[in-house]
Design a protein around this ligand. Structure first.
Ligand code: PLP
Length: 398
């Protein structure tokens, strides 16, 4: 047997992949599967952004750009950070990468030495632990509580802290929980990070998707001390329905950005030139399109939360952001659905797919086996039909 990379072999394949593959295979056989698996908006990229991409191509903006991104886009990002987040950065504090996932990976590569620990919350976004391992770090998973809306408490953080702790990842609004930290909670975390000399990677990719008039706050905006040790991650994917264009960006102190730029220049070079011009239009163009999508998401969320809480043995919190719901199904554990005993989130998800033709993501993918994740980035019609199917199936549990 060939000796391959131990590091690469230690990377867990996505637990969601199997379920998605199975749902796809069923669909290809003509079975009407309703999917709540989506991690992306179900809207097309707005027209003005598409047009800007075509224009850029026609104008010949199709060659390499500066590895860290075009200056115009960096300027627009600085203006966005000022306007939306009250953050002052210069273009030298910005790097544009191939999606926020790439931004996070570059940031981790820039700050970690082998064995350094990075604290992440459970439930966590699937890629955090693997990205940390790829960057030679050690993910330290901190259980958060549903009663605390799945937020870190300072006690939780103190328990996870060791002499090796280098950073924490803060994801607000969160995938998969939809939780949004308020100002006071952020102030406490900021104070802790400063006192303990810890960096904060603040993943703000869902910032535009908050509901009930809750406003996203960037932890970096609280004061200069926390700004100096925060790496702000954001991108175009979720707010502008641009997942396929692959544009994410980072704002941080110059030393970190320089290291990230150096890494990026030798690995991927610049993100796609056309996507960068499209993103420029996204940021400086009409923002009403973002609002329109958000209103749709909010309507769907309201329906979904009420319906889930009306279904026997399922319940969920009302998340304040992103487009996911974590539904607690622990009352179903140990029960039998049409002849199948349910012990784990994978058992439950397989039963939903086999017996109700509904695809959801098992909580185990996020380290939380009492839950399933349902995305509401799908039409209200699908949501109604899918939840009705789940309800009917669960009504058959004795
Ligand atoms: N961060 C979180 C929490 C996400 O859910 C995602 C996408 O699912 C990303 C980052 C990465 O987004 P992208 O690489 O498309 O910018």
């Amino acid at each position: 047997k060939l000796q391959l990379s131990k590091k690469a072999e230690s990377i867990t394949p996505s637990a969601t992949l199997k379920i998605s593959a199975k749902a796809k295979e069923m669909k290809s056989r003509g079975i009407n599967v309703i999917s709540f698996g989506a991690g992306e908006p179900d809207f097309n990229t707005p027209d003005n952004i598409q047009d800007a991409a075509v224009k850029a191509m026609k104008e010949g903006k199709t060659g390499y750009t500066a590895a860290s991104g075009i200056q115009e886009l960096k300027k627009a990002i600085c203006e966005k950070l000022k306007k939306d987040n009250n953050l002052d950065y210069k273009t030298e504090n910005i790097i544009v990468s191939n999606g926020a996932k790439h931004s996070i990976y570059n940031a981790l590569c820039a700050i970690l030495n082998p064995g350094d620990e990075v604290i992440i919350p459970v439930p966590y976004w699937v890629s955090y632990p693997e990205l940390i391992k790829l960057a030679d770090g050690i993910p330290v998973k901190v259980e958060t509580k549903e009663e605390n809306s799945f937020k870190y408490s300072i006690n939780d953080l103190n328990r996870a802290l060791t002499s090796k702790t280098k950073a924490i990842i803060l994801n607000s609004p969160s995938n998969p929980t939809g939780t949004v930290y308020n100002k006071k909670e952020l102030e406490e975390i900021a104070e802790w990070a400063i006192k303990k000399d810890i960096l904060v990677i603040s993943d703000e990719i869902y910032e535009k998707l908050t509901y009930d008039n809750v406003k996203h706050i960037s932890i970096a905006s609280l004061n200069n001390m926390i700004k100096e040790r925060t790496i702000v991650i954001n991108g175009m994917s979720k707010a502008y329905a641009m997942t396929g264009w692959r544009i994410g960006y980072t704002a941080a102190n110059k030393e970190i950005i320089n290291l990230m730029s150096n890494i990026q220049s030798h690995t991927t070079s610049n993100p796609a030139s056309i996507s960068q011009y499209a993103s420029l239009e996204g940021l400086i163009g009409d923002q009403e399109v973002v609002n329109k999508m958000k209103l749709q998401f909010e309507k769907r969320r309201n329906y979904m939360v009420d319906k889930i809480n009306s279904i026997n043995r399922l319940y969920c919190k009302k998340p304040k952001g992103a487009f996911y719901i974590m539904a607690n199904f622990s009352k179903i554990k140990g029960k039998t659905i049409k002849g199948t005993k349910i012990n784990t989130s994978l058992d439950f998800v397989n039963s939903l797919l086999d017996k109700a033709q509904v695809a959801v993501i098992p909580g185990i993918a996020f380290g939380a086996d009492d839950y399933i994740r349902l995305s509401y980035a799908t039409s209200l019609e699908n949501i109604k039909e899918g939840l009705n199917r789940i309800e009917e199936l669960l009504n058959q549990i004795k």
